[in-house]
Design a protein around this ligand. Structure first.
Ligand code: FAD
Length: 477
């Protein structure tokens, strides 16, 4: 027999926070016994399974969320399986009458949510959904002709023109306790039982040293950024050897901080005029919005060229050795290698280096961008269903508002310009730490015999020419 008391359910997904969580706040206000559930859904059609680094993050984020819920008199129920089925079962077990969630924007997730909503309506449950994770929902921003935007600048201008960005909601004071166990409410899974953490080998030490997943960690990152480098973001964001950016990306990815909260904190500090550098930072949040806008209208952004003419591009299948050299940071180009090692060790890579490392794979090695996108998906703690493919396609030239194909990042020039003293290179490539001055940017020219560091995998001018020829062939075909 199901519980006789009517209850409600909050289904948390990419919104692992108590602050500015409309679904949670609305459910709390209702005052009914409340089940807060997270479902690990690896079964619903099309839902992209998490990579290794995001699994690690999710484990710690859920642990942190569970603690925060308990401190408010609630708890976090964990279930695994196809979400629609789990929600139906849970609603029956708990005699739920209300169901709350914050909206998601990927196609497979929207399909699941629509099915749950249809079932809820038929079954007499009230299902309510909210805007929480994007400042501008993709369908609300339209060109004059009524279509989606394809270029960032007019997109962001249109967003801001009508901008009425709401204030974030406060953390609910207390939360209703979960329904009493009557014998029908099944116990949840244990987090450890999900085995999200790596073992044999446990490669997560470098991640743990750098990151603090969860809402507290997110709040600290935001405050540290605004107290620190924000007003010099315009230049600082290009220097990988300093902490010139916010490092909020994994926190935003898992919804541990809401973009409305970030926006509000900036407005609070600068009520009259936002300094230019902070404005540049805000427009980076705009790029996040733009990527989701693109994914919403192009659901297969991770597998299909946004520009269909690129379907004819003649990629080369990378040799196993070449690909491993790129993945492991052994291409012989220090800027690329430092980035790939930063990614492997910490689950994150500086944006400037992401662009250079991606360009090297796609252009100098003529490798299909999807190969790199897949590697990033597995290794980034901020691996995001929209931003990752959109940025890979941007680098490849196949994307929306993309970098032109002929713009081929030169890793040596980038390195000399953005890491002139070699601080970043020395940190991630200890084999090069003793090279003097500028020699570190081109170690093969140093005259020093380096037993531990490889010679360049490809010749830069030659591979650049090859890439340009391949692109010309595409244009001519
Ligand atoms: P900040 O410079 O502090 O920017 C603030 C926030 O703005 C970021 O946290 C992020 O949410 C957003 N943002 C900044 N730049 C971009 C951008 N180009 N596109 C979309 N959003 C942006 N970002 C991801 O969040 N997930 C990904 O999977 C991802 N994959 C990428 C793959 C490639 C090949 C490239 C070139 C970039 C990728 N990016 C991705 C974008 C960018 O590199 C990261 O968002 C940024 O480095 C995160 O660091 P930060 O939080 O310190 O950024």
């Amino acid at each position: 027999m199901a519980s006789s008391t009517e209850t409600s359910i909050v289904w948390l997904r990419d919104d692992l926070r108590l602050d500015d969580n409309p679904a949670l706040s609305e459910a709390a206000a209702l005052g009914m016994p409340l089940t807060v559930v997270y479902i690990l859904d690896e079964d619903s059609e099309g839902v992209r399974p998490l990579g290794g680094a995001t699994k690690w993050w999710l484990h710690h984020s859920l642990a942190s969320l569970a603690g925060a819920l308990e401190a408010k008199g609630s708890s976090l129920l964990l279930r695994r399986g196809p979400a629609e089925e789990i929600i139906r079962e849970l609603a029956a077990e708990t005699n739920a009458r209300h169901l709350f969630w914050n909206r998601r924007y990927g196609q497979p997730e929207r399909t699941v949510d629509a099915a749950v909503k249809a079932w809820a309506t038929e079954s007499g449950l009230q299902a309510s959904s909210y805007q929480a994770n994007l400042l501008f929902e993709p369908w609300t921003v339209r060109t004059g002709a009524g279509g989606p935007y394809k270029v960032f600048t007019p997109f962001w201008r249109a967003c801001l023109a009508g901008a009425d960005i709401r204030d974030p909601l406060q953390v609910p004071g207390t939360l209703p306790a979960p329904p009493k166990r009557t014998g029908t409410v099944q116990a949840g899974d244990t987090l450890d039982g999900w085995e999200l953490l790596p073992s044999a080998p446990d490669w997560s030490g470098g991640l743990a040293a750098v990151w603090d997943p969860g809402e507290d960690g997110a709040r600290r990152r935001l405050e540290d950024f605004l107290d620190g480098p924000a007003e010099e973001y315009g230049t600082g964001r290009n220097i990988p050897g300093v902490e010139g950016t916010s490092r909020l990306s994994p926190h935003l990815r898992f919804g541990e901080v809401s973009p409305f909260r970030v926006w509000r904190q900036i407005r609070r500090r600068y009520p009259n005029k936002v300094p230019a550098d902070v404005g540049i930072f805000r427009s980076e949040l705009g790029w996040r919005e733009f990527c989701w806008h693109l994914l919403y209208t192009n659901p297969d952004l991770a597998t299909r060229n946004y520009r269909p003419d690129f379907d004819r591009f003649e990629w080369e299948k990378p040799g196993k050795d070449e690909l491993e050299a790129w993945q492991q940071g052994r291409t012989g180009y220090p800027f690329v290698d430092a980035g790939m090692r930063q990614l492997w060790q910490t689950g994150w890579m500086h944006n400037r280096v992401r662009m250079a490392a991606a360009s090297f794979l796609v252009k100098n090695l003529l490798t299909d961008w999807r190969v790199g996108e897949t590697w990033f998906w597995d290794t980034l703690v901020d691996a995001d269903a929209a931003s990752n493919p959109a940025n890979w396609q941007w680098v490849a030239g196949s994307g929306a508002d993309a970098s032109p194909y002929y713009r081929i990042f030169n890793p040596v020039t980038q390195s000399k310009k953005f890491d002139a003293a070699g601080t970043y290179l020395r940190h991630f490539i200890p084999e090069l730490a003793d090279l003097d001055g500028k020699a570190i940017h081109e170690p093969w020219k140093s005259g020093v015999e380096l037993a531990e560091y490889p010679r360049p995998l490809v010749d830069l001018p030659e591979s650049r020419e090859r890439a340009l020829e391949a692109y010309q062939k595409l244009r001519d075909s």
